[in-house]
Design a protein. Sequence first.
Lengths: 271, 294, 364
Amino acid sequence: MKQTRKSDWLFHTYMVLFLAYMLLPLVVMGGAAFNDSRFPSVYPWVGWTDRWFVELWADARMWNAFRNTIYVALAVVAISVPIGTAAAILVNSIAGTTRSVLYGLMIAPILTPGAVIGISTLLFWNTLSVPAGLHLAVLGQVSYIAAFVMLLVLARLQSFDRGLEEAALDLGASHMQVMRRILLPHLYPAIGAGAAIGFFQSIENFNVTLFTRGTYDTLTVYVFSKVRSGITPTINALALILISVTLVCAIIYEVRRRRAARAERMLLAKG
Amino acid sequence: MKDLLNRYGPVLTSIFILLTAFWLLALVILPNIYLFENSFRPYLPIAEVGGPNDTYSFDNYLKFFESPIHIRVFIWTILYSSIVTVICFIIAYPLAYYLAKVADLKLVPTLFLLLFIPLWVSEILRSFAWFIILSLKGPLNFGLIGLGIIEDPIRWMTGFRSVMIGLVYTYVLFMLFPVYNAVQSLDTNQIEASEDLGAPWWRTHWRVILPHCKPGIASGSVTVFMLSAGSILVPTLLASTNSRWFTEIIQQWMFESQDWNTGSAYAFLLLIICTVFVSLVMRIFKVKLSDIAK
Amino acid sequence: MTAGVDLDNVCADFGTFRAVDRVNVNIQPGEFFSFLGPSGCGKTTILRMISGFTNPSEGVIRIGGKDMKNTRPNQRPTALIFQNLALFPLMPVWENIAFGLEVRGVDKNTRRAKAEELLRLVDLPDAADKRVSQLSGGQKQRVAIARALAVEPDVMLLDEPLSALDLKLRQHMRAELRAIQKRTQVTFIYITHDQGEALAMSDRVGVMSQGKLQQVATPREIYDAPANGFVASFVGENNIFSGEVAGAEGAFATFRTASGTFQARLGPNTTGAKTRLFLRPEHVTLQAGPGALNSIPVEVTDVAFEGNFISIQSRDSSGQMLVAEARNDGAATVPKPGEKLHMVFDPAHALILAGDTAAKDPDA
């Protein structure tokens, strides 16, 4: 049991203030979606309306951008998960200078500003006569999202007992069977987390996409151009929907986590 | 290499190598080489590309060094990104310590879930929220006037004030999580031993906890600085005419002038400053690259 | 099926370090053979070479007469039981056991039936659907054995599989392993640093030190007729005297030490080598008067009651500490510290051996 101290209430207050600082802006933004004011704000409160949601729903460009975003995110996950996993396994089973060099190259994209990744991707593929478009946005995003997957899988690999691989080989399994039955099942949590993070990172991405997208829209680009060309509260409506989806996911996750924790406690209690 | 073959056999090993090679060559190394190469070539009409005028020169970089405004914007970007990094650390450190060592263990996952929500909401919406809050007739001014703290509304979106507010809000969590991980990995007994030996709280932090957190602080600093300096959204939404960001100038070259060569020269400058920052942090904190990438 | 294993001049080098140095041994089909030695003596490397995870840098390994040089680990007729057992944590017990069959394409019902049959063999009939983490140490042990047996190996390789168990369980599992080996008639090759395990279970024991095989013999011979100083001192307790051979006649010799001059049996390869005299504590007796031959006047320093025997520490005039063990038959008179007695022994039980002694392994 932790002992309580006098300074604790200071910490608690600070934590609450910080949570408010993090979450209130989102509330303000969501609230503005219902304000019947041409300019998004919660003050002055003109009146309650749902017309921004209706307008958003009717916006074909938004739907197009939404579809594009999902396509790109799925493609990014489909490419970066195998690449990141392969790279992690590779880097995990080599040593010395080769390992440091490879590792450095792999995490370099994480430390590179998105604009630089976007522009370099655009230039390189343009030289190969590949025009800008969603496919380039995918490739640009993969270059750094694969690094996230690699780091997650590598961390998981470090807790892997390589004796298990040898045991399986010793029992007559082929390398492919060892991979499918022993190594991959151990890595699935990391691969799943990598896929989820990759998906969200891709949806959120703006900097890389801006330079590589050509004339295609994604959600972030759509919002960006809306903000530039004349702000309307439809953006708030969109934001509120996105926040709600996030919130629902978060709650589902939390409920499942608590249930799992309780199940584990009961299992332990039973022995 | 031999180990790899023994463990995974020739087929899988080839697949691993091919996938990794595609990533590193086609998506990381070659694009950056092309960026570098293009930054030394002039911007020409398509017909003249490869012609006699297509020669290497420092012209694109000279454009930068001959423009006092661009140099000033470059320095501002570095300066204010550094300030944002420091502010983020000051805000995040007590929280990281609280979450790791003070907060009720049962509460911590829920707190993290709450903190993750803004992280999942995209950067553009987060800056947009502050765009609403900071507007002249926005809720912040309304609240402050209502509380009697100020009498007339403040014009927040002037100078770098609003940009910094937006950047700190958007990136502070990228400082919090690595620092939290670092504090968390410190054995609580060490803190208690220090207190037991009579150290006041600030000395315990300075001599025991902070040194242990160096990798986390380094990781957070690099992330926050890189994201701030490379941010396009926050400055676009929250900056005013007297506060410009280096990424905006890159955008101008790329989209308005359609001069990709000068654009790549400027992008390369941004890459250099981020690389310099990373190596500086690694020097100051005496950490390895693998400590930063966690 | 069962097969013999031949190691023919086998060496293993890691960089400049020679972990295994010219090992020659023929292990018979159906034999329970142990490699015994302190940690770092190369015994685990031998096991990894037989199973195929390490390649010998010189020499030939044959299983069932067939050279294994180009046979990969997953094609060798061996099954290895790892020191940490290496049970697959994400599979239930029965899938662990049936894994070797699964990768050979055996259908699910047959696999399940075979797994249950093997679980009965190792006396765990109800464990099929349990998770590995729910098993106790001894149960995990049995599952590992069942998993190895499932692929019907010709040779079973065991890498100190009992080292993680507590003493009681370890002794129980010794008997169990021995029984399973007798029942299945599979060749068992067992690696251990525990002399008790090696002597109790094996048909033959190979004692190793610094990559070299020191002696291959039955447990009885290893104990009673060790080939050199290392084997004698690594296996069992000894009173050791430094000294030199003063004159040999047949199988016996006169050995001169600081504690006196004794008659003793001459071990192999002693000519010209640095030698010591080895004397087991259970082969000496303490008596009130001096003996005719091989008698040392001593003063008792300590007496320890060990249950089935009594251990008596004493010191001779040169300052050497000596140990005698007396069987506790209930009638023996126990000397007291400070008592002055004479230690006597039969020349047939005192051995003159060449070579260094083993540094006592604290684990053993």
